[in-house]
Design a protein around this ligand. Sequence first.
Ligand SMILES: NC(=O)c1ccc[n+]([C@@H]2O[C@H](COP(=O)([O-])OP(=O)(O)OC[C@H]3O[C@@H](n4cnc5c(N)ncnc54)[C@H](OP(=O)(O)O)[C@@H]3O)[C@@H](O)[C@H]2O)c1
Length: 176
Amino acid sequence: MGFGKVFIATSVDGFIARDNGSLDWLPAPLDGEDYGYAALMDSVDGIIMGRSTYETVLGFGEWPFSKPVVVLSRTLTAADVPEALRKSVQVSNVAPSTLVATLREQGWKHAYIDGGQTIRSFIEAGEVSELTLTRIPILLGSGIPLFGPLPESIVLRCEYSKHYPNGVISTRYHAL
Ligand SMILES: NC(=O)c1ccc[n+]([C@@H]2O[C@H](COP(=O)([O-])OP(=O)(O)OC[C@H]3O[C@@H](n4cnc5c(N)ncnc54)[C@H](OP(=O)(O)O)[C@@H]3O)[C@@H](O)[C@H]2O)c1
């Protein structure tokens, strides 16, 4: 059974943040619409995110996750995690497949994978089975990319697509 689920907003030209990390182009919630985020969170046992995404989330002030988080980093250690988060946030620098094996042993069935570099390394390791793209109708021109080179193509099956009144299109793919 596939382990990793990606759920991420991208510009039409495939960026997940501006060059400076800004997310000012993401739409405000539309009449409480969450584009499927709560359902995705309900379906996972925890979150694996890259250090850059972790730092962005820390900058929001209030920690938004009630599920365990693994932060991938070769520069942070457990001591860098604020005391208040140490029960729910761990730091790891092991390879994606090794981390997945460890988390499965701990009972995790699915993880939400977040952050561009992190998503790419999990895709390359074959550890992403579901990919939901929330495509925002904007061309950023440049920024932090979601996708990059792959050793070989990965065929996807589109299993759901929804067009929202504000022009956002949410599409869920499965890796075959
Ligand atoms: N649009 C959206 O929905 C959305 C969602 C999430 C994030 N974002 C934005 O995307 C940006 C972050 O994306 P990003 O591509 O820069 O990267 P990221 O994956 O969040 O973070 C990259 C960092 O994670 C660590 N890392 C990644 N893969 C690793 C591995 N296999 N082993 C060990 N460490 C690993 C490294 O940290 P070290 O350098 O510490 O070693 C690397 O520098 C932020 O601006 C964030 O706000 C947007």
